[in-house]
Design a binder for this molecule. Structure first.
Ligand code: ATP
Ligand code: MG
Length: 455
């Protein structure tokens, strides 16, 4: 923030510029009176009037980077908005940067650069003004913590200049439009990525998660879907809550159920909803607890750790066996992956660093899991993904065929309550033809065959 002294000297600078403009105009006029023939006086005076009218008809809005001790959201939004436009405008210099958290390059206007934008019938001139900060202000700004080093030595603000008659348009429509656009840019740049392990480390070649599953397309009992979505949203908005109850801001889900019931699909839907990257951890790829610790500690915030088929991905040592042989257990801890190692990191060390993390285990056989994993409080939510019921069938029929009713529905629904059929099997049948009649006849045949097998 500028000190009172600086503000005064800035104001003086502006005033002296204005004064010198007036003085120059007067000087031009007196020179003109002395040297120019009288017939040119009128056109010169009208030109000067135009310049002075132009100067006084302009309005400048100042948007400072900080509002008290917090970032001014309008400044931040302008930064994003102008950065997004800077490549196709007259700006001659702009800055490109990226932090570890950013998914795409951040482009912003460079110091003291100008660019022109248009909105409805208004022309808007933007200028990023950077002022050096004297040591006393620099000292105060360091207490803000999250500053980058260049900001410590300069204070930035945008100057937005436009015609006075557009004042309402700018304040009521243009600036809200910028806030909205900036929000959309943020969401767009936030693609979900899939990270896997290579040589006991997270591979630096992550892939963009192409799984299109969303909560909208996931066919799930409607009550269960609502419960999961609420839980995930409460987690996302729960920073203050977790801080108040003194718990690490993380949440664990155990998804269990037969193959093809949508466990992996639910993971994709959650990641797409939260915009969290997935860190897919195959325990068979890891040699030791120390590798596991390293992997967990190097996962960033706002990420999702997924360990699929926890029951069979590794022969996790039973807790009781480890407890019975403490020396071997201690010694072995760093040489192999153990269940206690996994649980300790998840409950202990891992929970202390990083925030906003989700861990998901999946299994086809909940009954085979070690009780230590199942005990209350370990995984926050156990979600049973089950065979298809009629509400799930209807969602799938709508997703795949775009229909809510069909004369074959009654017969199909009669069989679905009798047969153990997974959403994956139904989806497979529905995909066989785009014609509802054909694919539903196929599904009916499939269900009848299954019924016979089951009997
Ligand atoms: N609930 C569902 N809603 C929509 N599609 C589903 C659902 N369940 C399964 N499918 C379809 O079946 C395919 C397989 O499902 P998915 O991989 O999610 O099952 P899974 O429970 O993870 O199986 P596994 O235990 O074998 O890993 C999905 O790609 C999707 O097309
Ligand atoms: Mg799966």
């Amino acid at each position: 923030m500028l000190s009172w002294h600086q503000k005064m000297s800035n104001a003086k600078a502006v005033l002296s510029t204005a004064a010198s403009l007036v003085a120059s105009a007067m000087l031009v006029k007196s020179i003109a009176n002395d040297f120019l023939p009288a017939e040119f006086h009128d056109s010169l005076y009208s030109g000067l009037r135009c310049v002075s009218h132009y100067l006084t008809s302009q309005l400048t809005v100042v948007i400072e980077e900080f509002q008290g001790f917090s970032i001014n959201q309008v400044f931040e939004a302008a930064d994003l908005y102008l950065g997004n436009k800077s490549t196709n405008t007259s700006a001659q210099r702009f800055r490109v940067g990226k932090t570890e958290k950013d998914k795409t390059l951040g482009i912003t206007l460079d110091r003291n650069e100008e660019m022109v934008d248009a909105f409805e019938d208004a022309t808007l001139k933007w200028r990023l003004v950077c002022t050096q900060v004297p040591p006393a202000v620099e000292y105060r700004s360091q207490n803000l913590g999250d500053y980058n080093s260049t900001l410590r030595s300069e204070v930035r603000h945008y100057e937005l200049t436009f015609r006075k008659k557009h004042k309402d348009l700018v304040l009521n429509l243009y600036l809200p439009h910028i806030l909205e656009k900036a929000e959309a840019i943020k969401v767009e740049s936030n693609v979900v990525k899939l990270h896997t392990v290579m040589h006991s480390r997270w591979s630096n070649k992550s892939a963009v998660l192409k799984h299109p599953m969303t909560f909208k397309t996931l066919a799930l009992d409607s009550e269960l879907k609502k419960t999961i979505m609420e839980d995930v949203d409460n987690f996302l908005n729960g920073k203050e809550y977790y801080r108040r109850i003194g718990k690490a801001w993380k949440r664990g889900y155990l998804l269990h159920g037969p193959p093809g019931t949508g466990k992996s699909s639910l993971i994709a839907a959650m990641a797409n909803h939260l915009k969290f990257d997935i860190y897919d951890l195959d325990l068979t790829n890891i040699q030791s607890n120390s590798d596991l610790r390293y992997l967990l500690l190097t996962m960033p915030s706002r990420s999702m750790l997924v360990i699929e088929d926890i029951d069979c991905s590794i022969k996790l040592q039973n807790r009781e066996t480890e407890d019975a042989t403490p020396n071997q257990g201690d010694r072995g801890d760093n040489n192999k992956v153990t269940l206690s190692g996994l649980l300790n990191f998840i409950d202990g060390l891992w929970s202390c660093c990083g925030e906003e993390r989700i861990i998901v285990f999946t299994t086809n056989h909940k009954d085979k899991l070690d009780p230590a994993l199942l005990r209350p409080g370990r995984m926050d939510m156990h979600i049973h993904m089950s065979y298809c019921n009629n509400s799930v069938f209807k969602q799938l029929a709508f997703n795949y065929l775009g229909i809510n009713h069909h004369h074959l529905f009654e017969q199909i629904e009669g069989l679905i309550v009798e047969v153990n059929v997974t959403p994956a099997e139904i989806a497979g049948e529905l995909m066989k033809s785009m014609h509802a009649e054909v694919s539903l006849q196929g599904l009916l045949k499939f269900l009848r065959a299954k019924m016979t097998q089951q009997d």
